[in-house]
Design a protein around this ligand. Structure first.
Ligand code: SF4
Length: 289
C-alpha cells in the first residue's frame, strides 16, 4: 500500500486528466513526496505492470466505478475469510450461516466501494447467484482440509535486503503445515504453469514472510482458484518453495519498484493490460515534458 499523496494539479483550471499529465515528473526528483512506508506484493506488481496506471490509481487516487469482476472477487474473498475464521474459532460455518455472510458482504461492498457497474438488476442477480454457487462449491470441496489452519488473514512483513522499507502482506490462509494459500476467483479455468508464474512475486513474498516469522520454509505455495463457470470448479495450483535464485529475482523486482516509485518514474507501458485498464482516457493525454 502506498501512503496517499495529494496531487497538486487537481486545483488547476485545466480539465483534471490533462492537468495530471502536464505535471508528470519525468526525471528522478530528490525532493519526491512519494515515500511509501512499506511495499506490498500487490503495489509492487501494479507498479511493474504499468507505472502510469499505478500513478493514476495509487498516487493521484482517481476513483473509477468498481468493476463487476472486482466486486464479485471481493465478496467471494470476504465470505471465504468468514468461513475460515468460523472454522478456526469453532463457530457456525454451515451453508446457511455462510449464505448470510455472503449476502452481507455483497451488500456492504456495494455500499463501501460502489457504484458497481452492473448493466441492470437482472445481471446483478445472476452474477450474485453465480458467485454464491462458487463459494458453495469451495465449501463442499476436498480443498477444505480437515486440520485447522494455523492462521487466517495472517498479516506479516519481511525485510528485503537493500530495500529501505519492509514488505508487508496478508496471507489468506496458512495451513497447519505452513503451506501459504491465496484465493483467486476467475472466469475460466487457469493454466497451472501460467498462474504460478503470474503470481510468483506474491507467492515468494509469502514464503519470505513465513520464513522470517517462523524460521521454517513452507512446503508449498498454493493458489486456490474458484472458477465461476456454470458448474463452478475449485482448482489448487501448487508451487514448490523458492530457491535462492528465485528469491533474489523477487528482491530485485521490489528494489526496481521502490526506486521507480520514489523517483516518480511513471510512464505508459502498453500491453494486454490496456484492454481492462480504466485509465485509457487519462493515459492517452500523457507525454514527456
Ligand atoms: S492504458 Fe495501458 S499504458 Fe495506459 S495506463 Fe492503462 S495499462 Fe498503462
Amino acid at each position: 500500500m502506498i501512503a496517499p499523496v495529494t496531487c497538486p494539479i487537481r486545483s488547476s483550471s485545466l480539465p483534471p486528466a490533462i492537468a495530471l499529465v502536464k505535471k508528470f515528473p519525468s526525471e528522478a526528483s530528490p525532493t519526491s513526496a512519494i515515500r511509501p512506508d512499506y511495499l506490498s506484493p500487490s503495489s509492487a506488481k501494479s507498479y511493474l505492470s504499468c507505472s502510469l496506471r499505478f500513478f493514476f490509481e495509487k498516487v493521484a487516487q482517481i476513483r473509477k466505478p468498481t468493476t463487476v469482476a472486482l466486486h464479485v472477487g471481493k465478496a467471494i474473498h470476504a465470505t471465504l475469510q468468514s468461513f475460515n475464521i468460523a472454522r478456526w474459532r469453532g463457530e457456525d460455518s454451515s451453508e446457511t450461516a455462510m449464505e448470510e455472510a455472503f449476502s452481507a458482504h455483497f451488500l456492504e461492498l456495494e455500499k463501501a466501494e460502489g457504484p458497481v457497474d452492473y448493466a441492470d438488476e437482472e445481471t446483478r442477480q445472476k452474477v450474485r447467484s453465480c458467485a454464491w454457487n462458487t463459494v458453495k462449491a469451495y465449501m463442499a470441496s476436498n480443498e477444505v482440509v480437515s486440520q485447522m489452519p494455523l492462521g487466517v488473514e495472517v498479516g506479516l512483513s519481511a525485510i528485503i535486503p537493500g530495500l529501505p522499507v519492509p514488505v508487508r502482506g496478508v496471507i489468506d490462509l496458512v495451513q497447519h503445515d505452513l503451506t501459504a494459500v491465496d484465493y483467486k476467483s476467475a472466469a475460466a479455468k487457469p493454466d497451472a504453469g501460467h498462474a504460478a508464474f503470474d503470481h510468483e512475486l506474491q507467492l515468494v513474498t509469502y514464503q519470505m514472510m513465513i520464513e522470517e516469522a517462523t524460521g521454517d520454509t513452507p512446503p508449498s505455495l498454493d493458489l486456490i482458484y474458484l472458477v465461476k463457470t456454470k458448474t463452478p470448479q475449485v482448482i489448487r495450483v501448487k508451487t514448490p518453495p523458492a530457491n535462492e535464485q528465485r528469491k533474489q529475482r523477487i528482491t530485485d523486482l521490489y528494489r526496481i519498484a521502490y526506486e521507480g516509485i520514489t523517483t516518480e518514474r511513471f510512464h505508459p507501458q502498453p500491453g494486454m493490460q490496456c484492454s481492462w485498464c480504466q485509465y485509457m482516457k487519462e493515459c492517452s493525454g500523457w507525454y514527456r515534458q
